[in-house]
Design a protein around this ligand. Structure first.
Ligand SMILES: [Fe+2]
Length: 251
């Protein structure tokens, strides 16, 4: 499996604090069958053309020297799109593994129209925006995500959020059910979060093929700078059962 969103560069943002902490997480990843991890520290949109700050370079060198066997780490950033990104972003300085794919995020209360406009601006630079955890945003619905996706956006749902009850968890599961998630990632901050968490739920919902696409085929294609594949919606039968069960649970 491949995880393209993590905060494991030690000491550079709100993620892992030390190299040892990051190494512990990477060992836990390897034990669950994860082979590739993108380190994606937070970065302001206005700085994407500058590349990584010196502190990120130093942390990358420090972590690279201690990566556990069986894991490959890749460079990237999680870019806050609270302002227009400069055209020079097309230089791919902070994209995922130097590919066309740029991981982006927004503030939680951002209106859907602002998200759409910013995603379109990224596309106009020739890059492909990868929207991190849309289920966190208050404007996230199946319809808004469908519209963002139609702009050429890759949708990254948080794997561990899929295990949460109600609101945010429901939104994450609804996106996967509808075939609107393109990849899953853990957004690990030096903690327990792991993409393998999603395997049980996908297995219970007849989503074995979707699991392969979300966790292996599509993220691999992105690292290789190739186009990704469509992910089919999950079979309807289980969805109907979920509504029937909910109906009884609410009585
Ligand atoms: Fe993140």
């Amino acid at each position: 499996m491949i995880d393209l969103h993590s905060h494991l560069l030690p000491g550079v943002d709100d993620g892992s604090r030390t190299v040892d902490q990051s190494v512990r997480v990477l060992r836990a990843f390897a034990a669950k069958g994860i082979t590739d991890v993108a380190c994606t520290p937070h970065l302001l949109g206005s700085n994407v053309a500058l590349g990584w700050p010196p502190a990120y370079e130093a942390a990358w060198a420090e972590l690279s020297a201690k990566v556990p066997e069986g894991i490959r780490i890749h460079r990237g950033a999680e870019v806050m799109l609270d302002r227009p990104i400069p055209p020079a972003a097309a230089d791919r300085k902070v994209t995922l593994g130097g590919s066309r794919y740029l991981l982006v995020e927004f503030n939680r209360m951002v209106p859907a129209e602002i998200v759409g406009r910013a995603l379109a601006e990224v596309s106009h630079t020739g890059l492909v925006p990868v929207l991190a955890h849309p289920e966190r945003y208050s404007s996230c619905t199946v319809e808004t995500v469908r519209a963002w996706r139609d702009l050429g956006t890759v949708i990254q749902v948080d794997a561990t959020t899929m295990a949460l009850p109600r609101s945010r968890g429901d939104r994450a599961r609804d996106l996967v059910r509808a075939g609107l998630a393109d990849i899953l990632a853990a957004d690990n901050h030096g903690d327990e979060r792991n993409v393998a968490t999603a395997l049980d739920w996908l297995g219970e919902h007849d989503g074995a093929d979707q699991a392969t696409l979300l966790l292996e085929t599509n993220p691999r294609a992105m690292l290789d700078d190739l186009s990704i594949y469509e992910v089919d919606p999950l079979p309807v039968k289980k969805t109907v059962w979920r509504f029937v069960r909910r109906m009884f649970e609410s009585e």
